[in-house]
Unconditional design. Structure first.
Length: 694
């Protein structure tokens, strides 16, 4: 039996080892220290340490230590708190999913240069931090740390921080740290995702924030999305966009929303056609209030503060309200601002001549800008006085835009007695019906309704299709209210003038049942595997697994492309010593070799069972596409020296077309073995890129 001295020494030795293994800063009492939103130091006693395989954060506290790389998209469920320990570097290679109804709060341990870092990259329409493709962002709060979030270029890109492609930004608050957020194409840097995602509610109280968009705003709406509700009360904020506003609406029609600046140092730039602060290109400036802070705003074709450039009038879109009552507000060079509420903004009233009309400019003595100028367009006859048997009536035609009376006529008395009962026949209007190109037809009754009649629209979808949308617009292109009836028909009240009815159909989608036991909807590759399985490109193993992290062989990819082409027979001499005449993959390799898609190693072998590398996969898809030339020779990765010469052009093409992406840490990994999940994603990117209209 050991003596009490021996037992005491053992306990002290174990304690010393445990302390030496703990890389975190311990708060008083043994917990992990962090700074809350006010900068007050607090302690977390119970937490989970993030590791490389931890991609499901389900409520509670998490701590990132040292260098950690999580390859799968991290999914946040419930209320999650993340502490970035000093000196840590957490790489969320495919981003962090914070969907609507869930929340993520990020803390640091200090405000110094050594505070912990988080790098998050969204791909395929996902936000770097926020919603997935098509989804709104949840509640995202950043109180500290060096946080870098980007959504990679692609169809319908999400925001750096906020909504996925098409999704709203959610509720985003930044109170400290250094935050860099980029929407590479359609998404905002911070805010809404591409294709209509609004900014949501964005509040910046402190920290250093750098946000960049291209078609989306720097901070605000994604492509065609409104800015939402944006408030800046402190911090140093730099927001830049090409076609969207620096702060406000996304490009091509995104309105500014409600923007309030109470403090901080703010620099906002619309580089091409968006406002510095306000609307994106063709977007209304919205409601802008500045009461404090140092604000530097500059648009190019758009206003510095106000509406974006109006491509229809070669002017600037009007703003709803701009109020500047405090702070220092200038252009970055100190020159006078072009403010959309006072300079080149349309008045509501019309200037009308006998032949045309326009909105005048609000600015005094400005005769250059005439907004919405066009010739009068006559509407249908308006009866002011119906004719009777003994009394003539009158009618007129007005311009459909400005109301100018263009023509008047007398309606002759109808004759036939003095009963006073007029025989005037009101006009009827045959609707313009846009029949869909596919999916079904539509019928409309009555065929020539009068004003006030109830018109019934009956969709008739073909087998396998269902109604997608039905819209009715009047002669001024304004929407007409449509009512859905229990029998599947749609009705509206006929206005004065002809209407346009447009019906579209869509294929009925059969819900996909996930057949793979080792894959769930939260996995970053879920949609890619679904695509590959539905298209008959890839299947799982006989035990019900997909095997996402397993490698794919060279022969298996040849078989995938062979199947996609319908397994055509070819007469071609196959001269590889390691490809047997009756192997399951022989005909696939024969076909792929005959098409120049694959080649051997140069020693007479093909290597059918060798795991395919990422660069070999890119080369095979490139050759399958006809070896198209890339338009950009640059590859912005730190391991380009590892690329084989035969694969260089193929990798340029694959990266440029969004088929292959890097790891999020600056590496492309050309020699890395492609996993089945990566192959599924590349095939999805590749075939969807092929199907896009040219």
């Amino acid at each position: 039996m050991r003596s009490w001295k021996q037992r005491l020494c053992s306990l002290l030795l174990c304690g010393a080892v445990l302390v030496s293994l703990c890389p975190t800063a311990l708060a008083e009492g043994g917990g992990i220290s962090y700074l809350d939103e006010t900068g007050t130091e607090k302690s977390c006693e119970t937490y989970t340490t993030v590791n490389n395989s931890d991609s499901k954060w389900e409520g509670g506290w998490y701590v990132a230590q040292d260098q950690t790389q999580v390859p799968s998209r991290i999914t946040v469920t419930g209320e999650v708190h993340l502490i970035l320990v000093n000196g840590c570097d957490l790489a969320a290679v495919t981003g962090i999913q914070v969907s609507e109804g869930n929340s993520l709060t990020i803390y640091a341990q200090s405000t110094e240069d050594g505070m912990g870092a988080l790098n998050a990259t969204g791909i395929g329409g996902d936000a770097g931090i926020g919603g997935g493709n098509g989804g709104d962002g949840g509640t995202i709060t950043i109180n500290g740390g060096t946080v870098t979030a980007i959504s990679k270029d692609g169809a319908g890109t999400g925001a750096g921080i906020g909504g996925g492609a098409g999704g709203d930004g959610g509720n985003i608050t930044i109170s400290g740290g250094t935050v860099t957020a980029t929407g590479e194409c359609f998404g905002a840097g911070i805010g809404g995702g591409g294709e209509g995602g609004d900014g949501g509610k964005i509040t910046i109280n402190g920290g250093t924030v750098n946000a960049t968009g291209i078609d989306g705003a720097g901070i605000g709406g994604g492509y065609r999305g409104a800015g939402g509700e944006i408030t800046v009360s402190g911090g140093t904020v730099t927001a830049i966009s090409k076609y969207g506003a620096g702060i406000g609406g996304g490009g091509y029609g995104g309105d500014g929303g409600k923007i309030t600046i109470n403090g901080g140092t703010v620099t906002a730039t619309g580089q091409l056609s968006g406002a510095g602060i306000g609307g994106g290109s063709d977007g209304n400036g919205g409601e802008i209030t500045i009461t404090g802070g140092t604000v530097k705003a500059q648009g190019n074709s758009g206003a510095d503060i106000g509406g974006g450039y109006d491509s229809n009038t070669d002017g600037i879109v009007l703003s709803n309200k701009i109020e500047i009552s405090g702070g220092t507000v200038t252009r970055p060079d100190g020159s006078e601002l072009n403010i959309g509420s006072a300079t080149h903004q349309a008045k509501e009233e019309w200037v009308i001549t006998d032949t045309e009309h326009w909105h005048p400019c609000e600015a005094a003595d400005c005769n250059e800008h005439q907004f919405n100028k066009s010739a009068h367009t006559p509407g249908d006859w308006i009866v002011d006085q119906a004719a009777t048997s003994s009394t003539a009536g009158s009618r007129r035609k007005e311009c459909t835009a400005c109301g100018y009376t263009m023509q008047t006529e007398t309606i002759p008395a109808t004759g036939g007695g003095s009963s006073g009962g007029g025989s005037y026949t009101p006009p009827t209007y045959k609707p313009d019906v846009t029949q869909p190109d596919e999916g079904g037809t539509v019928s409309v009754t009555p065929t020539r309704p009068e004003r006030g009649d109830t018109v019934t629209v009956k969709p008739k979808p073909d087998e396998g299709y269902e109604l997608d949308s039905i819209t009715v617009t009047d002669r001024n292109s304004k929407s007409v209210d449509v009512t859905v009836k229990p029998d599947g028909t749609y009705t509206f009240t006929q206005p004065a003038g002809k209407v346009n009815i447009e019906v579209t159909y869509k294929p009925i989608e059969t819900p996909w049942v996930n057949p793979f036991a080792d894959m769930s909807e939260g996995d970053w590759y879920y949609e890619a595997v679904r695509f590959a399985q539905e298209q008959g490109l890839m299947n799982g193993y006989s035990d019900g697994r997909f095997g996402a992290e397993d490698t794919l062989s060279r022969s298996q990819l040849a078989q995938i492309l062979f199947n996609k082409e319908g397994r055509p027979g070819v007469n071609y001499l196959l001269d590889f010593s390691d490809v047997a005449g009756e192997a399951w993959y022989t005909e696939a390799i024969r076909w792929a070799t005959s098409q120049g898609i694959v080649s051997g190693y140069g020693d007479g072998t093909f290597g059918p069972d060798a795991p395919i590398t990422r660069e070999q996969l890119a080369v095979m898809l490139w050759r399958y596409s006809g070896s198209p030339a890339a338009t950009n020779d640059a590859l912005h990765f730190n391991d380009t020296d590892e690329i084989s010469s035969f694969a260089l052009e193929a990798l340029r093409w694959a990266v440029e077309n969004g088929i292959l992406n890097g790891y999020g840490d600056g590496r492309l990994g050309p020699q890395g073995q492609a996993t089945r999940a990566q192959v599924a994603q590349m095939l999805k990117n590749f075939f969807e890129n092929q199907e896009e209209p040219t």
